[in-house]
Design a protein around this ligand. Structure first.
Ligand SMILES: Cc1ncc(COP(=O)(O)O)c(C=O)c1O
Length: 388
């Protein structure tokens, strides 16, 4: 299947900014985005601040705010509603610390599609009175919407759902869940890590209370930066008890006798930000915003379809739903031995990753049809790993 001619050929425009393609066929953006030249150069900019000024706190603080603003731009929300954290886990742990499970609302309703960190953080709240309920998925691994919605009741404090499952690429329709939770007076947390940078997400219309993610996958950044959107109108009463001086209303008050958290989403932050990671985070997002998330979504769609057709034509089983509304960028293929399979593909210079018995193939705007053909050829050569 050819790439739709109305869709800009993004790989043609941007691929030469990614040196990794001189070495391998990289299709593992669900794990780590490919390194852009501008992201690489941003490390040098950071190091130069140290050579020029020794400690460049002014510049560094400016970068933290720049990153906050860029992330907010992705979601079409004010920067004041965005916390910049060191990981998704740090953000969710901070949110959890703000929740009170001692009253009637003790339930956390969640799914079977969550990343381990989400389940682990919620179960850690059981010692504080929380009751965690996992709603079973359907046989095709998609979220059972009616079971999930029926599980939300007057005792539900928060509904915690992942947008795109890290194991199989299933994307969940969020609007009905958010609507049902709000009807019952419950909050909603969306883990969007596997969606952000690949799928447009507009939080001015998607009314979740919280949304978390990080920058190292489709957003082209590096480890060290996560984020949490906290909608001011519905979450301002929640004050975390996991905190630090960078979450204080006045960071430089240096007051050790009281806790005076920031009024905005910065209250969910903690200590000194990971400054060296801020520079590449900003560079990656600037490039991505230039490319445009809608353009990326449209460009990757036919690559994804072509991968599916190719894998199925050689007898492979794709476990990611086919409907465009139910998947993002990742395509998961059932494997008999995921680790050996990834290594076999790597021996053909095709880089993928695996989880839970599936090989994950995750194209982005820098991949092209030749990459797709190489991936399919490598799968065909190592057909014995395909599981039905
Ligand atoms: C969907 C999802 N959520 C959360 C995480 C973990 O994020 P962090 O390591 O930043 O806490 C990942 C990492 O792969 C993920 O895929």
């Amino acid at each position: 299947m050819a790439v739709n001619t109305e869709v800009k050929d993004l790989a043609k425009l941007y691929r030469d900014q990614f040196t990794v393609f001189n070495n391998v066929t990289y299709m593992n953006s669900c794990s780590q985005g490919a390194l852009a030249d501008s992201v690489r150069a941003s490390f040098d900019t950071y190091l130069k601040t140290m050579e020029l000024n020794g400690s460049a706190w002014g510049d560094w603080a400016g970068h933290q705010e720049k990153v906050r603003g860029l992330i907010a731009q992705f979601f079409n929300v004010p920067a004041s509603e965005m916390a910049v954290t060191t990981s998704t886990s740090a953000a969710v742990a901070s949110l959890a610390s703000a929740l009170d499970f001692s009253g009637k609302r003790k339930k956390i309703i969640t799914t079977e599609n969550e990343f381990p960190t989400i389940g682990q953080i919620w179960h850690a709240q059981e010692s504080r009175g929380a009751k965690v309920i996992h709603v079973p998925s359907k046989n095709d691994l998609t979220v059972d919407m009616s079971a999930l919605i029926n599980a939300i009741d007057d005792e539900t404090l928060i509904v915690s759902v992942t947008m795109v499952c890290f194991r199989n690429g299933t994307m969940t329709e969020l609007e009905p869940i958010i609507e049902a939770a709000h009807k019952k007076g419950a909050l909603v947390l969306v883990d969007a890590y596997q969606g952000v940078g690949a799928v447009p997400i507009d939080l001015s219309t998607l009314k979740t209370d919280f949304l978390v993610g990080g920058v190292l996958k489709y957003m082209l950044g590096v480890p060290g930066i996560g984020f949490m959107f906290a909608r001011e109108s519905t979450t301002k009463h929640l004050i975390p008890t996991t905190t630090g001086w960078f979450a204080a209303r006045d960071i430089f008050a240096m007051d050790i006798h009281s806790y005076d958290p920031a009024k905005d989403a910065r209250r969910f932050e903690s200590g000194t930000p990971p400054i060296p990671s801020l520079y590449p985070a900003a560079a990656g997002m600037e490039l991505l915003l230039e490319v445009g998330i809608h353009n990326i979504y449209n460009y990757v769609t036919p690559l994804h379809e072509e991968l599916r057709e190719g894998i199925e034509s050689i007898g492979g089983k794709v476990v990611t739903p086919a409907s465009r509304a139910n998947h993002a960028a990742m395509l998961a293929v059932a494997s008999t031995d995921e680790h050996a399979h990834v290594a076999a593909l790597e021996s053909e210079k095709v880089v993928t990753s695996s989880r839970d018995g599936n090989i994950r193939i995750s194209p982005h705007f820098y991949n092209n049809r030749e990459d797709v053909e190489k991936v399919i050829a490598a799968f065909a050569k190592h057909k014995s790993f395909l599981r039905n």
